[in-house]
Ligand binder design. Structure first.
Ligand code: DC
Length: 219
């Protein structure tokens, strides 16, 4: 089984995907990690983020194991890393070079411990439209920018970050704009995606709703 969960930053995709992966025993691919990895490679090599050719070159050099190694870096999940990921992800040449890596995962899905899995859950922006248009079940998760910014802000506070709520909100809105205006893979729901607005829903409510849709589909 292949499930895709797309939507904007901090809409709750990661939490939902992980819970679904546990329930249905699926491998999980957080596709934002590949763009974070390329963004971090740009920063580590002191390349200008506007240098498209270097970003394409970094993307071409990225492997799954390199991505996992980079994910241990302190900047991988930081605001700086997120901005770099957002910029490089807007380049069509970068996206094209990272497509096979994402698609190949479904051919041979693995759990984090390296054991084979019978299916995969993708979490991203374009996984139901571009990466895996033939997925069995597709979700598109949204929430208002204010609700998403509040969730991000709470996470930053827990990790000891020092951004204000207003800065986080500004960042969420800027990322939405970049995601929505990408030429090749704008962040739009697949035609056959199930839309879930999580603004006024608890994590458990979102999970229960998603499970109900999957069960219906599996009948
Ligand atoms: O989900 P995230 O915050 O880790 O994603 C980091 C960046 O990567 C984000 O700005 C959007 C981009 N991204 C993308 O363009 N396509 C995806 N499938 C996943 C993430």
């Amino acid at each position: 089984m292949i499930i895709t969960v797309d939507g904007p930053a901090a809409a709750g995709k990661g939490t939902l995907s992980q819970k679904l992966a546990d329930k249905y025993n699926l491998a999980y691919f957080d596709t934002g990690m590949i763009y974070r990895a390329v963004g971090l490679m740009m920063l580590q090599n002191s390349f200008d983020l506007n240098d498209v050719a270097s970003a394409e070159n970094m993307a071409a050099q990225l492997s799954f194991s390199k991505m996992l190694e980079l994910s241990k870096d302190k900047d991988f999940r930081s605001a700086v890393g997120g901005k770099a990921a957002s910029v490089v992800s807007s380049y069509s040449g970068v996206r094209a070079r990272l497509l096979d890596m994402q698609r190949n995962f479904a051919k041979n899905p693995l759990f984090a411990d390296g054991k084979p899995a019978s299916g995969v859950i993708y979490d991203g922006r374009d996984t139901g439209t571009v990466v895996c248009p033939h997925a069995d079940v597709k979700f598109f998760i949204t929430a208002s920018p204010e609700v998403r910014a509040q969730r991000r802000y709470d996470e930053f506070l827990q990790r000891g970050g020092d951004m204000s709520f207003q800065e986080v909100l500004k960042d969420v809105i800027a990322r939405d704009e970049r995601d929505a205006n990408r030429k090749d893979a704008p962040m739009i729901p697949a035609e056959d995606a199930i839309l879930l607005d999580t603004s006024a829903m608890s994590i458990d409510e979102v999970f229960q709703k998603a499970v109900a849709f999957i069960e219906e589909k599996l009948k």
